[in-house]
Design a protein around this ligand. Sequence first.
Ligand code: NAP
Length: 249
Amino acid sequence: MSGGGLVQGRTALVTGAAQGIGLAIARILWEHGAKVVLADRNAGLAAQAAEELAAGERVSSFGCDVTDEEAVAAAVAHAADRFGGLDIMVNNAGITRDATLGKMTLADFEAVVDVHLKGTWLGVRAAAAVMRPAGAGSIINISSLSGKSGNFGQTNYSAAKAGIIGLTKAAAKELAARGVRVNAVQPGLIRTAMTAAMPPDVFAAREADIPMKRAGEPHEVAGAVLFLASDLSSYMTGAVLEVGGGRLM
Ligand code: NAP
C-alpha cells in the first residue's frame, strides 16, 4: 500500500507473530503501511514468517521469549533501531495448558500466567518507556473471552486473561496524559494452531454456541487490532473490544 495506509510509516512490534493471530496482525499492519517486527520465541519460524510476508521490505523478525525481561527490552530496542521509534506494540504471544483443578499442576498455572500476564506486563512497560517520551503510541493487549466468562479447564488461562484487562486499564490511566493509548481485544473461538489442539467434538460444540454459528478467522481479530492501532480509535483508551461472533455478550 502506498501512502494511504491506516498506520502508514509507523513502527509496530507484534509478539507471538510467527503464526496464527499474531501473524495476521503483523500482516494487516504491514498492508496498511507499517514497518513491522515479528517477534516470537521461535526465531527461525519468525524469520520464515517475515520472509513470506514481505521479503525484507518494511519487515524484520526477532527471537523473543516474552517471559524474559531482557529479551522483551531487546525486541523493543531492535524495532526502534531498525525502523525508528515504536508506535504500535501488540502483546499477543500465548499458550494454553488446559486441565481441571484436580489435574492442573502448579507448573501449568505458572507457565500460562508467566507468558500471558508477566509477558504482557513486560511488553507494556518496555513499549511505554519508548512511547512516553515520544508523547504518542498505541499498545494493544490480546486477552480472551475466557478472561471475561471463565472457561472450564482454564483456571490458569482465564485468570491470566482477566488479569490482562486490569493491567490494560491501569496502564491506560497512567499513560493517557502522555499521549499513549492502551487497549485490549478479547477474541472468542478463532481458528489457529491453539484451537486445532481441541478435540473436534468440543470445537463443534463451542461453534454451535456462537450466535454467528462459526469460529472466527485470525484476520477478523487483526482488523480490530488495526483499528486500535490507528488514529480511527484516537479517543479510545482502556477499552476492551470483543471479537467473538456474538459469543458471551
Ligand atoms: P498460536 O497459533 O499458538 O500462536 C501463538 C504464538 O505465540 C506461537 O508462535 C507461540 O510459539 C508464541 N509464543 C508462545 N509463548 C511465547 C513466548 N513465551 N514468547 C514468545 N512467543 C511465544 O495461538 P493464537 O491462537 O494465534 O493465539 C494468539 C493470542 O490470541 C494468544 O494470546 C491467545 O491466548 C489469544 N487468543 C486466541 C484465541 C483462539 O481461539 N485461537 C482466542 C482468544 C485469545 P509456540 O508455538 O512455540 O508456543
